[in-house]
Design a protein around this ligand. Structure first.
Ligand code: IMP
Ligand code: MG
Length: 215
């Protein structure tokens, strides 16, 4: 079982005033729940755990866009640092896939895969799927079943966040940064209808903002 940093349901978080938050979002957020620095520290450790398990063979890191892009970039920087500062190293290549399953703050039943390279390139490779958040688990299960048709050598999934929710299918990623309460979270590339990707910290969205940015 993957270990993770647990954010409790009664976690009070931190006042926005204690951190730098863009002016245009000040009235939209309740609390800072995971400050950027803590995300980075946890990501550094995930990089070490991943290299320990997957470091024997060429890794293809597959970024699940758009929400995964910040975590992907920072995780790969830490993996690169390990690669260039130790006696053993492995080639690392990247690929991108776009998946959409959300409208407003609701997961929809259809998981759409848009764009990305030919998945057949992943045949025989060690693939690391990099995701921002697992909620029901449906997105990841869909992706995993698509991938398995391409016969990769190994597939591991790292998700920065996993939500504790009764809507979960029971799916758990191989590596988890944080387990979080069942609230809608934004920031660090997690969005609400495309807003809040330009926010460094992971924050809880307030109800007023859910209305304001509704489509
Ligand atoms: P799942 O298929 O229900 O596991 O949902 C996974 C996808 O829904 C994630 O990759 C996110 O893009 C999106 N998502 C789920 N919860 C949140 C959230 O709290 N904030 C932002 N996006 C979310
Ligand atoms: Mg995502």
């Amino acid at each position: 079982m993957a270990s993770y940093l647990q954010i409790a349901d009664d976690e009070k978080g931190h006042d926005l005033d204690l951190f730098c938050v863009p002016r245009h979002y000040e009235n939209d957020l309740d609390k800072v729940i995971i400050p950027h620095g803590l995300i980075m520290d946890r990501t550094e450790r995930l990089a070490r755990d991943i290299i320990r398990d997957m470091g024997g063979h060429h890794i293809v890191a597959l970024c699940v866009l758009k929400g995964g892009y910040k975590f992907f970039a920072d995780l790969l920087d830490y993996i690169k640092a390990l690669n260039q500062n130790s006696d053993k190293s492995v080639p690392l290549t990247v690929d991108f896939i776009r998946v959409k399953s959300y409208c407003n703050d609701q997961s929809t039943n259809s998981v759409k895969v848009i764009g990305g390279d030919e998945l057949s390139n992943l045949s025989g490779k060690n693939v690391l799927i990099v995701e921002d958040i697992v909620e029901t688990g449906r997105t990841m299960q869909t992706l995993l079943s698509l991938l398995s048709e391409c016969n990769p050598k190994m597939v591991k999934v790292v998700s920065l966040l996993v939500k504790r929710t009764p809507r979960s299918s029971g799916y758990r990623p191989d590596y988890i940064g944080f387990e979080v309460p069942d609230s809608f979270l934004v920031g660090y590339a997690l969005d609400y209808n495309e807003y809040f990707r330009d926010l460094s910290h992971i924050c809880i969205l307030n109800d007023q903002a859910k209305e304001k940015y509704k489509v």
